[in-house]
Design a protein around this ligand. Structure first.
Ligand SMILES: C[S@@+](CC[C@H](N)C(=O)[O-])C[C@H]1O[C@@H](n2cnc3c(N)ncnc32)[C@H](O)[C@@H]1O
Ligand SMILES: CC(C)=CCC/C(C)=C/COP(=O)(O)OP(=O)(O)O
Ligand SMILES: [Mg+2]
Length: 294
């Protein structure tokens, strides 16, 4: 495997695997350069850094008066609470995980979900991301909180991981499956999962009932340089790869309050309207799918 140079936060030179395709090189660059306040300021609330969205009802009592000088700080804490609630729901669907088990986070970002998984189950968590900067960030956080013996991120293509066949008791994609071909993705999950292991994804997908990807879905694709799949494609690619859905949960209504609150904040990025309008017109869905490896 060829490698490429990466300069760490401390200025040291290190080598990471070269991207498998020019597209993956673009995505690695995208996440190496990402530093949006909407992600960093939320992560600073309690040290869990997420790159996914939130679910659940707004706690208006905790937000208080919008005229209050502390309101923006409370709003950031509330958005973060909803993003962590999303990760909790994903972990709920992994089923029973023992401390001796190993889990795989495919597309782990800055590692917030990995930390939560280890804290809940006591298990090992192996994360993969295309971004050396994200992997370094996630590993630094794990070391800071003293769990780097259990939680590790590495620069690696989720379609071609170094893990052993059947090694994982569970695996997931939290808003990271829109960057890859789903047949290739589920073939790799199916390979690394033990028979009886559980796979979970939370994802945005276009709704076949709408007909084709709407203009809002196209806008989201352009914004993130990703390729949102349809709900039908998820189910078909799982069926083709020995992943049998046990739960399909439509989280669209549960994520709308997050977006509507975020749209009123100072941390808006410009993509809020596309999410809100596509969720409302039915062209886009926020979905959780939990599947058994059979
Ligand atoms: C939107 S972020 C989600 C991060 C994380 N799952 C979370 O919930 O915070 C998408 C992630 O997918 C990763 N990714 C995209 N394509 C990938 C690939 N082929 N292999 C590994 N990681 C990939 C990116 O590097 C990034 O970390
Ligand atoms: C549901 C869909 C289609 C997700 C696309 C993947 C994605 C970029 C997720 C959020 O990342 P982020 O937290 O870095 O984004 P933002 O900066 O908008 O919060
Ligand atoms: Mg975010």
């Amino acid at each position: 495997m060829t490698s490429t140079e990466f300069t760490t936060a401390e200025g040291a030179t290190t080598f990471v695997p070269a991207p498998a395709t020019p597209y993956q090189g673009d995505i690695a660059r995208y996440w190496n350069n990402e530093a949006r306040p909407v992600n960093l300021r939320l992560g600073d609330v309690d040290g869990l850094y997420h790159h996914h969205y939130g679910i659940g009802d707004i706690d208006h009592a905790s937000l208080g008066d919008p005229e209050d000088s502390e309101y923006e700080k409370k709003l950031i804490a509330e958005l973060h609470r909803l993003e962590s609630a999303q990760a909790e729901v994903l972990l709920d669907h992994l089923g029973t995980i023992e401390p001796g088990d190993t889990l795989m986070d495919a597309g782990c970002g800055r590692g917030g979900s990995m930390v939560m998984a280890h804290q809940r189950f006591g298990s090992k968590v192996e994360g993969v991301t295309l971004s050396a900067k994200q992997a370094e960030f996630a590993n630094r956080r794990a070391a800071e909180i003293g769990i780097d013996d259990h939680v590790r991120a590495r620069v690696c293509n989720m379609l071609d991981t170094p893990f052993e066949t059947g090694q994982m008791a569970g695996s997931w994609n939290n808003e990271s499956s829109m960057y890859v071909d789903l047949h290739d993705l589920f073939a790799e999950h199916s390979r690394v999962l033990a028979v009886g292991g559980r796979y979970v994804t939370i994802t945005g997908c276009w709704n076949p009932r709408y007909g084709q990807p709407s203009k809002w879905v196209s806008q989201i694709n352009a914004h993130f340089e990703c390729n949102i799949h349809s709900r039908r494609e998820y189910l078909r690619a799982m069926a083709d790869n020995r992943l049998v859905p046990q739960a399909v949960v439509d989280l669209t209504a549960a994520t709308l309050p997050y977006w509507e609150l975020r749209a009123t904040s100072s941390l808006v990025t410009g993509i809020e309207e596309a999410f809100i309008e596509s969720y409302k017109d039915g062209s886009f869905q926020y979905l959780l799918i939990a599947a058994d490896r059979v």
